[in-house]
Design a protein. Structure first.
Length: 96
């Protein structure tokens, strides 16, 4: 992956803490900062998935009432598949 330079200004305490933590891990300050940013990004992704799951659980009954319980957990009924039996080309792809 290509690298780009990023200059940041932090107070002395933060800079010393970063240097100390990086040294304790046996890595450069650059690597330490990269790992912190990646961990933060991963946490945001997990938080989004958890929030989406909570939303679906909270509104499960509303979706079931609106779209029917027979469609719960099934994507097979979501979009028709293009096959010869329904007049399609038989490619198996969902029509655009």
């Amino acid at each position: 992956m290509a690298k780009t330079q990023l200059n940041v200004r932090v107070d002395e305490t933060t800079a010393e803490t970063a240097k100390t933590r990086a040294s304790q891990r046996g890595i450069s300050v650059n690597r330490y900062i990269e790992e912190l940013v990646r961990a933060d990004q991963a946490e945001n992704g997990r938080a989004f998935v958890e929030a989406a799951a909570d939303f679906m659980k909270q509104y499960e009954a509303v979706f079931a009432e609106e779209f029917g319980r027979d469609r719960e957990g099934s994507r097979a009924n979501a979009l028709p598949v293009d096959d010869e039996s329904n007049g399609g080309s038989g490619s198996g792809r969902t029509p655009a």
